[in-house]
Write a protein that binds this ligand. Structure first.
Ligand SMILES: *[C@@H]1O[C@H](CO)[C@@H](O)[C@H](O)[C@H]1NC(C)=O
Ligand SMILES: *[C@@H]1O[C@H](CO)[C@@H](O)[C@H](O)[C@H]1NC(C)=O
Ligand SMILES: *[C@@H]1O[C@H](CO)[C@@H](O)[C@H](O)[C@H]1NC(C)=O
Ligand SMILES: *[C@@H]1O[C@H](CO)[C@@H](O)[C@H](O)[C@H]1NC(C)=O
Ligand SMILES: *[C@@H]1O[C@H](CO)[C@@H](O)[C@H](O)[C@H]1NC(C)=O
Ligand SMILES: *[C@@H]1O[C@H](CO)[C@@H](O)[C@H](O)[C@H]1NC(C)=O
Length: 672
């Protein structure tokens, strides 16, 4: 009896001590104050922390963040619009379960609005999934932060009809993009303009069948599971490229209007994108405002249509205004031709199979017509009442030509026509080209350094690949091929290495055995090995090639060459040219012949600027010309049409090792 009560006393003491020191819980009557940096709640495993976050020297928000990322990543904030003073402010939990945030002067800035009459033993706790809860009698949840997300959904956190994500900038100021259910109960991305909001994802021009969604399911719900798969009640679904357990993730509606799924690299504390709603960022609605055109430089930037000037250089979404008023009189206007450019929506009408002349006249004589898109070939004509969502792409065939109404007297210089340069600026960084575009506050501009270092890492890693690993690279290529239908049309310059590297996952032998059910279903046989059918854990079907004698990437090194070329160019093979109808193999053949031809000419000491054009622009020219050339040569030799002329894997490995320290001597490439 005595022993038992002593034991209970001890347990209670330990419990009390733990509250006081570690802040695993906040008990009724206690508070967290802004000036004690130790005043934070931690989740049990230390992944999340909750407390005051200072957004500027004098202003703080009550927030939840990842404590293990190198930069503090906020996932929830109570008071993003009303930060409190960094001195004297506190958040207090009361016996009735109410949690109240007060500014230094006692003003209530935020409350969880709980007032339970018989709340019992009230406690606030930060759960392992990042959910801040207030518990009452019998552990009942009186309030939880998961019910009021800001710009981020954490795995297992549900988005439902009453909730929405709103984009916020680094100071946590909300932007004009949001993610929530629409009136048909479809999860959508909205661009909330002054009085109207527009849906820009899923693509509004698609039918419900094409969207693969199920409307009118009033049980609204959607969540990312712990493996990185999102499923909504409307059948909205997507999967992280690194799908699998044990990875910390977040789904964030970023300030640039793109919805991205991120994974945390535990060792480095950095985030990488594993899925995004818009691989082509220029397609996010209204990025450049009225009369603005999104161009790839190769990072997305905003430009004005010729004859227009920027309204506010610090805010791209305000768009551009005409330099001089455009008259209604057909005699006083003309059209400026913008190749490979399109503006989305605001079609006054659509004409099919008409001539350019017909389309021009239609727009010319309609005062409300600001310009028109014309598609050669099909003769489609789209007169526009508003010029919004402008984007210029690089390749023929993917857009029509845009004709914009301008005053007759205005001279349009070739240089003032926005043009995308997906493989980097073609011309030197002279003032005229830089001034033409204003690089806006796109997210990835800030993240450039990170992806570049990633690239270098991967580049280095490649040279260390040895024979056994080639099997996995080959497998990666097979997976890539399987996915190319969905990924087709991804703009080369922007998907980023994070995405690309994430598509190469190494599989252990054991995983492959299990995927192929111990190499059971034979799909075909080649000289180099047998190809088996397999199914990965996420139900993706893959072909697994088991190499017979890998010591001899006579192994079929073609795929390896492709991967190498992709790494050099910074784009997936399927994206190097945007031609929907052409098989990837044909595109590759053409590119490889082109590279081979140029390499040959190079030998004669001709200019080498084409290398800089070909190599990923994000390296900013910071690469070794000789290394790049050697790797190119290796890639094209692996892709030789005549199998016998391809190098053996042994040659390949030797050459990769030699590339690692080439800066001194000229390397002669030995091709078997
Ligand atoms: C912060 O507050 C102090 C005291 O009110 C003031 O003197 C200082 O200018 C403020 N700093 C900023 C950056 O607003
Ligand atoms: C609490 O109530 C106020 C006033 O009705 C409201 O503005 C606020 O959003 C509510 N807070 C929460 C967390 O629901
Ligand atoms: C639900 O989504 C999946 C995957 O996108 C698709 O295969 C399926 O057809 C969709 N179902 C409906 C009813 O659209
Ligand atoms: C509606 O959504 C709920 C929740 O996701 C799901 O369980 C249910 O099957 C859906 N109903 C239909 C008809 O799709
Ligand atoms: C930029 O302009 C848009 C549209 O005029 C406005 O809604 C937004 O608040 C502005 N953003 C900033 C940061 O000023
Ligand atoms: C354009 O027209 C508006 C009114 O319609 C006028 O206020 C403005 O000054 C004109 N701008 C120019 C450059 O003529």
């Amino acid at each position: 009896m005595d022993a038992c009560s002593a034991c209970i006393l001890l347990l209670t003491l330990i419990h009390v001590l733990s509250i006081v020191s570690a802040h695993d819980f906040l008990s009724a009557g206690s508070s967290l104050s802004v000036e004690h940096s130790s005043d934070v709640l931690h989740s049990a495993d230390g992944t999340f922390a909750c407390g005051f976050y200072s957004i500027s020297p004098n202003a703080s928000t009550f927030s939840i963040w990842f404590s293990r990322s190198s930069e503090r990543t906020i996932v929830w904030s109570a008071n993003p619009l009303h930060p409190v003073y960094t001195w004297g402010s506190k958040v207090k939990l009361d016996v009735d379960g109410s949690m109240v945030l007060k500014d230094y002067n006692g003003q209530i800035v935020w409350s969880n609005n709980v007032s339970a009459s018989d709340a019992g033993h009230v406690q606030a706790q930060l759960l392992g999934n990042g959910n801040l809860i207030v518990k009452g009698k019998g552990g009942a949840i009186l309030w939880q932060s998961f019910d009021s997300p800001t710009d981020t959904l954490l795995p297992t956190q549900r988005i439902t009809a009453p909730t929405k994500l709103v984009s916020t900038n680094r100071l946590l100021v909300p932007g004009h993009y949001s993610f929530h259910f629409d009136d048909q109960y479809l999860l959508s991305l909205f661009d909330d303009e002054k009085d109207i909001s527009f849906i820009y994802w899923p693509n509004p021009s698609r039918t419900i069948w094409e969207k693969l969604r199920v409307p009118f399911n009033s049980t609204t719900s959607g969540a990312v599971d712990t493996w990185g798969h999102f499923l909504g009640s409307d059948n909205a679904t997507f999967t992280a490229a690194d799908w699998g357990p044990g990875i910390k993730r977040r789904l964030t509606l970023d300030y640039d209007g793109n919805l991205r799924l991120y994974s945390l690299d535990k060792a480095e504390g950095t985030w990488s994108v594993t899925w995004m709603a818009f691989p082509q960022r220029c397609k996010v609605r209204g990025l450049c405002g009225k009369n603005g055109i999104c161009v790839y430089t190769p990072v997305p930037a905003c430009a004005c249509a010729p004859g227009f000037v920027v309204i506010d250089p610090s805010n791209r979404s305000k768009g551009c205004r005409p330099k001089t008023n455009i008259s209604c009189d057909a005699q006083k206007v003309k059209f400026a031709k913008l190749p490979h450019t399109d503006f989305f929506g605001y079609d006054m009408t659509v004409h099919h199979f008409v001539s350019l002349d017909f389309c021009t006249k239609k727009c010319l004589h309609d005062c409300n017509c600001k310009g028109f898109a014309y598609w050669e070939g099909t003769g489609d004509c789209y007169p526009k009442s508003v010029l919004l969502g402008g984007v210029t792409l690089h390749n023929l065939g993917s857009t029509g030509t845009m004709y914009i109404k301008i005053p007759k007297g205005l001279e349009v210089l070739e240089a003032s026509i926005p043009q995308s340069q997906p493989f980097g600026p073609k011309y030197g960084p002279d003032c005229s080209t830089t001034n033409k575009y204003f690089i806006a506050d796109f997210l990835d501009t800030l993240k450039r350094d990170q992806s570049e270092s990633k690239y270098l890492y991967f580049y280095g890693f490649l040279s260390a690949i040895f024979l056994a690993e080639l099997m996995f690279v080959v497998l990666g290529w097979f997976i890539l091929r399987r996915e190319r239908r969905e990924l087709r049309g991804v703009w080369p310059a922007e998907a980023g290495y994070e995405m690309i590297t994430n598509h190469f996952r190494r599989y252990t032998y054991r995983e492959l055995v299990s995927a192929t059910k111990k190499f059971k279903d034979e799909l075909g046989r080649g000289a180099s090995g047998i190809v088996y059918k397999g199914v990965l854990k996420d139900n993706r079907a893959v072909a697994v090639k088991k190499l017979v004698e890998i010591n001899q990437a006579k192994v079929d090194v073609y795929s390896f060459g492709v991967v190498l070329l992709e790494l050099l160019n910074g784009a997936r093979a399927s994206d190097m040219e945007n031609n929907e109808d052409e098989e990837v193999e044909m595109v590759l053949g053409r590119i490889s012949r082109m590279v081979k031809e140029k390499l040959k000419l190079d030998g004669n000491g001709s200019e080498q600027s084409w290398i800089a054009d070909f190599v990923d622009a994000r390296l900013n020219g910071q690469f070794d010309n000789l290394q790049a050339r050697t790797m190119m040569r290796l890639a094209v030799s692996c892709m030789e049409e005549d199998r016998d002329r391809r190098p053996t894997m042994e040659n390949v490995a030797q050459m990769l090792v030699s590339v690692d320290d080439v800066s001194s001597a000229n390397v002669t490439v030995g091709v078997a």
